[in-house]
Design a protein around this ligand. Structure first.
Ligand SMILES: [Zn+2]
Length: 68
């Protein structure tokens, strides 16, 4: 499974607020789940070291979120 494997763009809500791309205001994103412990500089001992990022379907900007 590649980090940027193809997926259908989706609309995203964060705490009830629709996510707009901070660069182009687009509202469709590709959802990615990223294992933090594969990013070499970060080695936290979290129970679930997975970050969520949404890649703008228009400009490709990545919006990162940590699961709460
Ligand atoms: Zn964008």
């Amino acid at each position: 499974m590649g980090l940027f494997s193809a997926s259908q763009p989706v609309r995203v809500e964060i705490k009830g607020n629709p996510l707009h791309c901070v660069i182009c205001q687009h509202q469709s994103f590709h959802r990615r789940e990223v294992q933090i412990n594969k990013l070499s500089l970060l080695t936290p001992d979290w129970a679930d070291p997975v970050a969520i990022c949404y890649e703008c379907d228009n400009c490709g900007y990545l919006h990162w979120f940590m699961p709460k």
